[in-house]
Ligand binder design. Structure first.
Ligand code: UD1
Ligand code: UDP
Length: 380
């Protein structure tokens, strides 16, 4: 029996962790004991507890309750709290997801105590070091014992950075390993899609299938730069008005807090009287239901870009670049940045063209693959 500590903190990590916990419960319970540590990076009920209640994720064994803060301050508190947990009981490995400050803190705390780090969603790159996530990803990949890349592009990135050629050994004498595991988010989307119809979210907001756009905005460069935020919301409002189409935008708390200061009062007023509806963050099953039935999706979220692809919806990406380049190269997504003209033009293009959605993100069994590899590594 091996014992793993899974680190979560931000909304998408809580959701992703559901897939691994489900696989542990169904097929590995005699071989793997999982404990969960929530850093408390996200703490609003709609950003955290709702997912535990809805997705059947075990309640965290540890909740550090760290909350929001400046990068260094928040990450330092997390490292310290995670280290205490790692020192209080033995673990065979620490599982980290993605690229948030919680991910970085988990990796640093564990590697310094010579506990192997298993990085799920390794190898993603935007090649834009202005993103806090890019810094976190690169650092985490360098100090992890097993890198689980979700896509071929992520594998290529790791290859280009020498991860497949350079032999790196850790204190336990074991070499770093790199695998293309497929995307664990795909496991979840397939699994939970069966239940999303229960939510009645479309009825609640009077939305017709294929008759609305789903949008999300939360990246720091979009929310914190008034000109970008203004341009995105102006474009959404324009598209909604010109096409007489509803846009539902479940609003991230970061965006909700910054909109009043960073959007012009006139625009705010116009939004209030439009078909661009800002609502509280929705649950994951509600989100899947919204993604399944949207006409198309507009987002700067990593996870929502992919789910849009899984549910075969074209996606307008409100960023200058993406780590999920396959979506763009296959024509299912357009990079519109925060540029009014590109967003308006991109909507038109995606409304008119026929898009195909090949299987690019694995076979929906990434969690099982990952657990098998961790077992094999631990048995070495
Ligand atoms: C974080 C991740 C980002 C990820 C996103 C997922 C980092 C650096 N960023 O961004 O990669 O895409 O989560 O959603 O780790 N807030 C609340 N309630 C909450 C959580 C946050 O009000 O429950 C507000 C606070 O004002 C906080 C702000 O949102 O300062 C930003 O939160 P933070 O966790 O620092 O970053 P995110 O923008 O959520
Ligand atoms: N999500 C959700 N409710 C919402 C918005 C998003 O459940 O109101 C889910 C979404 O389906 C995806 C994940 O949260 O699984 C994406 O998280 P987010 O956009 O916050 O972060 P990112 O993926 O960009 O890191």
């Amino acid at each position: 029996m091996i014992k793993l500590l899974t680190i979560i903190g931000a909304r998408p990590q809580i959701i992703k962790a559901a897939a691994l916990s489900r696989a542990v419960k169904s097929d590995f319970k005699d071989r793997v004991k999982e404990k969960i540590l929530h850093t408390g990076q996200h703490y609003d009920a709609a950003m955290s507890q709702v997912f535990f209640d809805e997705l059947g994720i075990p309640q965290p064994d540890y909740n550090l309750g760290i909350g929001s803060g400046r990068h260094g301050e928040q990450t330092a508190k997390m490292i310290s709290g995670i280290e205490e947990v790692i020192l209080s009981e033995p673990f065979d490995g620490v599982v980290i997801y993605g690229d948030t400050n919680s991910t970085l803190a988990g990796a640093v705390a564990a590697v310094k105590q010579h506990i192997p780090v298993f990085h799920i969603e390794a190898g993603l790159r935007s090649f834009n070091m202005a993103m806090p996530e890019e810094i976190n990803r690169i650092a985490c990949d360098q100090i992890s014992s097993i890198l689980f890349a979700p896509t071929r592009t992520a594998m290529d990135n790791l290859r280009n950075e020498g991860f497949l050629d350079i032999e790196t050994r850790f204190k336990n004498g074991k070499k770093r390993q790199v695998f293309n595991s497929g995307d664990i988010m795909y496991d979840n989307s397939i699994y939970f899609a069966k239940f999303s119809g229960r939510t009645k979210i479309l009825e609640r907001h009077s939305l017709q299938p294929n008759g609305y756009i789903l949008a999300t905005v939360h990246r720091d460069n979009n929310t914190d730069e008034p000109s970008r935020l203004e341009s995105i919301f102006k474009a959404l409002l324009h598209i909604s008005n010109e096409n007489n189409i509803a846009i539902l935008l479940p609003i991230h708390p970061r965006t909700a807090k910054l909109m009043p200061g960073n959007l012009s009062a006139g625009l705010y007023e116009k939004i209030a009287h439009s078909k661009l509806k800002l609502v509280e963050p929705v649950s994951f099953l509600e989100m899947i239901e919204l993604e399944k039935h949207a006409k198309l999706v507009m987002t700067d979220s990593g996870g929502v870009q992919k789910e849009s692809f899984f549910f075969e919806k074209p996606c307008l990406i409100l960023r200058p670049e993406t780590e999920w380049v396959e979506i763009v190269t296959h024509g299912a997504g357009i990079l519109a940045d925060a540029d009014f003209d590109k967003i308006v033009e991109g909507y038109k293009t995606l409304s008119e063209i026929d898009v195909t959605f090949p299987r690019l993100f694995g076979n929906g069994k990434a969690a099982h693959f990952i657990l098998e590899r961790i077992m094999a590594y631990s048995a070495e």
